[in-house]
Design a binder for this molecule. Structure first.
Ligand code: NAD
Length: 490
């Protein structure tokens, strides 16, 4: 693999940001230290950890790790708002706050996109065109529901659940926060949100936005920290609803923790999406779809199409086309709008992915990596394709959560369906064919919460998102996203 020697760091120092060497000119002010956002105010913490820029490895800021006492303070603020101002507010007025948040996200979208890219490592093209606009759309969409909840549950008498504890992952930090906050607020709940420890900065900018729109104190509280803090939120006795997005393993821990309590729960967990390409598909489009399916956001996507199932008669040709296309993907500075693949979010995640590459090699996989130049600083991995793998191989069964595609073949639709469903997960899948009847039959037979036909990774606030089996339960998005936050549903 060749190394790029001219890669320039996006950042020199934490605190006063010098963005001059970077291609992106919009400033994203980063403070040297962050606390929490509780009761409408920024409050400091005792212990701190650091968040780094994964494209350079340099420290961006110190961030407070919320203690049990901090979490308790946040839950009390949320309870006060739930029983008081927010609980008593009409749906129409709640909706106005959601509209205001949505508009302010749009107004500060450039800044949010730059900040998210710096903290997460994902390409600016994605934060600018996908993450931040979609987040605003979620607030707009749920703003419209706030005064129409009775139509979301015909025959029911919807009521808020109370205080929601929400824990989110690092792969879409701002978008995941929006997916959780917008329906919770629209339905009259208040929230204690815990962002992921490697990507806390966009949530802190959201807190500024909440102050700017005068959201009543305590409606949204943000407590920073890692797993311990997340556990304190989920287990707090005065939390009525837990909403978790993250790994299946941590989902299991939380389910054990809340077992026997009255807390309602939704779990958005891991996946190992099957991406099926039939010989009659438009191959050029399917190649683009597969690239989007696995290399979007460096493959840090729960619904990634990480298992390519390609019909045997075209497998060789398809793989050749795929590699030719992958070779020209640009990996590098996430702030450069020409970058296709940014940085792996953390050194820990890079280690996990490399561990899976070693396992794949030991299990007999042909591991191919794009010869594209890779920056010599930061956490980067070239797009990787593993062929010659078997259904029983670890790299085919376990979620790698990186830019790594496993390639399998099939001969008949029945074999494709069997292999696609042979997984403990059930989040997403994709099918490519020019025959609509085949698309419908196969999609119907796939055991996954979301199936895309002749496309992949397509998201819409009106469309429910969520998994089956070990990918979790409950839905985010659409009307179903409201049900997860309401009682009184008959
Ligand atoms: P993770 O489970 O390690 O962490 C997720 C969040 O949980 C973080 O905020 C973390 O601090 C917190 N956490 C860790 N231990 C905890 C505990 N014991 N109690 C409470 N909170 C705890 O996952 P990750 O590495 O941040 O994210 C990647 C995973 O998230 C992948 O498995 C991916 O598939 C999944 N994911 C799922 C969806 C979905 O909608 N289904 C969306 C995005 C990501």
């Amino acid at each position: 693999m060749t190394k790029r020697t001219d890669a320039k760091p996006a950042l020199q120092l934490a605190g006063a940001l010098d963005l001059s060497p970077a291609p992106e000119s919009c400033p994203a002010p980063i403070k040297s230290r962050y606390g929490h956002f509780i009761g409408g105010e920024f409050v400091d913490g005792d212990d701190h950890f650091t968040t780094v820029n994964p494209a350079t490895g340099e420290v961006l800021a110190e961030v407070a790790a919320g203690s049990d006492e901090t979490v308790d303070q946040a839950v009390k603020a949320a309870r006060k708002a739930a029983d008081g101002v927010w609980g008593k507010m009409s749906g129409a007025d709640r909706g106005k706050f959601l509209y205001r948040i949505a508009r302010r996200i749009q107004e500060r979208s450039r800044e949010l996109a730059v900040l998210e890219t710096i903290d997460n490592g994902k390409p600016i093209r994605e934060t600018r065109d996908v993450d931040i606009p979609l987040a605003a759309q979620h607030f707009f969409y749920y703003a419209g529901w706030a005064d129409k909840l009775q139509y979301a549950v015909p025959g029911g008498n919807p009521t808020p659940l109370g205080v929601a504890g929400q824990v989110i992952p690092w792969n879409f930090p701002f978008l995941m926060a929006s997916w959780k906050l917008a329906p919770a607020l629209a339905t009259g709940n208040t929230v204690v949100l815990k962002p992921a420890e490697t990507t806390p900065l966009s949530a802190m900018l959201l807190a500024e936005i909440l102050q700017e729109v005068d959201l009543p104190p305590g409606v949204i509280n943000i407590v920073n920290g890692a797993g311990r803090t997340g556990g304190a939120v989920m287990g707090h006795p005065d939390i009525d609803k837990v909403a978790f997005t993250g790994s299946t393993n941590v989902g299991r821990i939380i389910m054990r923790q809340i077992a026997g309590s009255k807390k309602k729960a939704t779990m958005e967990l891991g996946g190992k999406g099957a991406h099926i390409v039939f010989a009659d598909a438009s191959l050029d489009q399917a190649v683009e779809g597969c690239i989007n399916g696995i290399f979007f956001n460096q493959g840090h996507v729960c619904c990634a199409g990480s298992r390519l199932l390609v019909e045997e008669s075209i497998a060789e040709e398809f793989l050749e086309r795929l590699k030719r296309r992958v070779e020209v993907l640009r990996i590098g500075n996430p702030l450069d709008k020409n970058t296709d693949i940014g940085a792996i979010n953390s050194v820990k995640q890079l280690g996990t992915i490399n561990k899976y590459l070693d396992i794949g090699k030991n299990e007999g996989a042909n591991v191919w990596q794009s010869p594209c130049p890779v920056p010599d600083k930061g956490f980067f991995l070239p797009p990787t394709i593993m062929s010659g793998v078997q259904q029983t191989d670890t790299v085919v069964r376990e979620e790698i959560f990186g830019p790594v595609l496993s390639v399998l073949t099939f001969r008949t639709p029945a074999e494709a369906i069997k292999k696609a469903n042979d997984t403990e997960y059930g989040l997403a899948a994709g099918v490519w064919s020019e025959k609509n009847s085949k698309l419908f039959e196969v999609a119907h037979a796939l055991n996954a919460g979301i199936v895309w036909a002749n496309g992949y990774n397509l998201f819409d606030p009106a469309s429910p998102f969520g998994g089956v089996r070990h990918s979790g339960f409950g839905r985010e998005g659409g009307i179903a996203g409201l049900w997860a936050y309401m009682g009184g549903i008959s």
